[in-house]
Ligand binder design. Structure first.
Ligand SMILES: [Mg+2]
Length: 213
């Protein structure tokens, strides 16, 4: 199956559909956890009282950032093109769902995602767990082979690999670490529509083989 035949698309939000604005080490400092430690996992190891306070701080910081979210160049065109092809679209984020909704609204993507297809940390175990992908596959009645996970961080494509879906790693630096989790590589979100079956000329090889996209 070509990528263009995949009908189910799951995107990471922050830094993939939106321009990155999070300074995660500054957030870690506010919460009192060491630099470069995964934040949600560090909170999960805290006492209940400390974890509640850390979640409150994290939520406040991320809600402030959501208001200033901006779309990644090319992302709106890609999402609208996929939607026009009849694809189902979902979001899998380590963020809270109310923050995800605010971020999607500020970025101009709100109309492209049903709220029950925006999966945050309160619905499923966070990436790199594949739980959120399994949840969306089940909601959609989708097969992993017909599903794509797109993201800019290791946890996105690791979750995709563990769920058995196709993975696309977006890395504007072009370094592409984590090849073990990566099926396709893009340096801009717009490049998605130049991959594997997309953009085949009318009457060209793709349609000659009966692929209707
Ligand atoms: Mg990201």
């Amino acid at each position: 199956m070509q990528l263009s035949d995949c009908k189910h698309w799951i995107f990471d939000m922050d830094g993939t559909l939106t321009v990155p604005v999070h300074d995660f080490n500054a957030i870690r400092k506010l919460i009192g956890i060491p630099a470069d430690t995964p934040i949600l996992e560090a909170i999960a190891r805290m006492s209940d009282a400390d974890a509640a306070e850390a979640r409150r701080i994290l939520h406040d910081v991320e809600m402030d950032l959501a208001a200033s979210a901006r779309p990644q160049p090319g992302a709106l065109a890609v999402l609208e093109s996929l939607a026009a092809r009849g694809a189902t679209l979902g979001i899998l984020t380590r963020n809270d769902e109310d923050i995800a909704a605010a971020t999607l609204r500020a970025s101009g993507f709100e109309h492209l995602f049903q709220s029950r297809h925006v999966i945050g940390r309160e619905t499923c175990a966070p990436k790199p767990s594949p739980a959120g992908i399994h949840h969306l596959l089940s909601l959609w009645g989708a097969q992993p082979e017909a599903t794509v996970m797109v993201g800019d961080f290791r946890y996105d494509i690791e979750a995709g690999r563990r769920a058995g879906v196709r993975t696309v790693h977006f890395d504007s630096s072009g370094r592409f670490p984590w090849p073990e989790f990566t099926d396709h590589r893009i340096r801009s979100i717009g490049e998605l529509l130049a991959l594997d079956g997309f953009g085949a000329p009318a009457g060209g090889p793709a349609s000659a083989h009966g692929h209707v996209v």
